[in-house]
Design a protein around this ligand. Structure first.
Ligand SMILES: [Zn+2]
Length: 64
C-alpha cells in the first residue's frame, strides 16, 4: 500500500512539474513547436521554427 501511494505521489508531482501556469490566465502552458514561414531574399521562403509556450493569452496567434 505504501509503495502505491508513493508512486501516485510521484506521478502527481511529475505531471505538475511538466506544465507552468501562466500568471495572467491561469492556464497551464503547453510547449508547442511553432513553425512560421518567413519570406527571404529571391522570393523564396524559409521556415522559422521555435518552441513556444502556449496558453490562453497567445493560443489564437499560434493556432490561428
Ligand atoms: Zn496566459
Amino acid at each position: 500500500m505504501a509503495k502505491q501511494t508513493d508512486f501516485a505521489e510521484k506521478a502527481k508531482k511529475a505531471s505538475m512539474e511538466r506544465g507552468v501556469k501562466c500568471p495572467k490566465c491561469g492556464t497551464v502552458k503547453v510547449p508547442t513547436l511553432y513553425v512560421q514561414s518567413v519570406p527571404s531574399a529571391h522570393g523564396s521562403y524559409r521556415f522559422n521554427r521555435q518552441r513556444v509556450q502556449v496558453c490562453k493569452c497567445n493560443e489564437k496567434e499560434i493556432y490561428g
